[in-house]
Design a protein around this ligand. Sequence first.
Ligand code: S3P
Length: 440
Amino acid sequence: MLTTAPSPALHGTASLPGDKSMSHRAALFAALAAGESVIDNFLDAGVTRRMLAALTGLGVRWELENGRLTVHGAGPAGLEPPHAPIDCGNSGTTLRLLAGAVAAAGLPAVLDGSAGLRARPMNRIVLPLMEMGARVAAVDGRPPLTFTGGRFPLTPPERFHLNVASAQVKTCLLLAGLSADRTIRIVEPGPSRDHSERMLKTMGAAIRSSRADEPNGNPLYLTEMEPPTALTPLRTALPGDFSSAAFLIAAALICKGSDILIEGVGINPTRTGMLDAMRAMGADITVSPSGEKGGEPFGDLRIRHSRLRGTTIDGPLVVRMIDEFPALAIVAAFAEGPTLISGAEELRHKESDRIRSLCSQLRAIGIPAEEKPDGFLVPGGSVPSGGVVRPFGDHRIAMAFAVAGLGAGGLVAIAEPEVMDESFPGFIQTLLDLGARIDP
Ligand code: S3P
């Protein structure tokens, strides 16, 4: 158990570990390039260690020292069939991205993971991969995924139409598209994060993104890539993870008198929807852009404690802040008036069913919350009384409730706090350095 307590104002400057989504991509894309890639500020955490171990299983050599990842890539044909099932742990990104690479390489391989990962939907990648000609089977639409291999070009349909906006699915298909015999086109209903497109472009891929509207006015997001593509090695430094920053933003907003600076954070607009939501709630947040690294914008965030009002969130904004609802839910509890989230049923398919785990654990610490099929409602204006929180193996639930304790009226104890290391090792130390009261 880890206990967080009502805290004084937070002050100081924090810098964050590298972005999780970009770290996954950098490691895997570098393995598919021919030559040596060097990636600085690589996230060394539970989920990215799963990706690196998987690459070892596929015969890829790499070294990770002081945040610098060196990958000795040998091109897609350099991947070897693994001797044992690849254990992706609880990391959906590891499994879904690897699936695209394994399909492109035509390798026999089994991709598996934790009980939690085995409960997550995979038909969203399995069906389109099969449509392209990959030989892959799931168990009832869930992991393990068994690839039976065979080297042949994959043939995408004229267009893939995804039912949900998902960067994991889009990236899986783009990777499979690296060995396709025609242009791959992916249409999504929302603006999912575009890190793969940006990174693949810096590696020489011919890739384009555009936006169109359906006749009924609904926006469609199109990504197109020409095959075949030989990828050049990566030399880049990754920005801090905006999704990790979200918890510090929430902490500063709820602890009275706080004024903190977070340096070197990725501010790609497909990731920063939470800033829009927070500003609509009245948050005092200043973004100072610093430039670009590897095609990704980054900058500093200054956050001052603010009086907040409730808001409504739905549509494309949901996609642009899909990982930030745990942090948002805590901020919403302290705001004046209700916050209503809708159009967010995807939250049920994350590391936990986040609609259920957020609502049940908000209530466990004395905050009213109402579950909806596609979102939730937090009436606001409550000071949590405290209590014991179960994160259900979900790193973001654990971190969100650790933050809730800082503004609570009593202690908040988090069971299985080690799950926070899945994406943000050093989270608790970062909060302590800013002045939070925590008993680790
Ligand atoms: C991710 C995409 C999102 C996000 C996840 C990381 C990625 O998932 O929730 O944490 O790196 O592509 P979906 O693609 O399922 O929306």
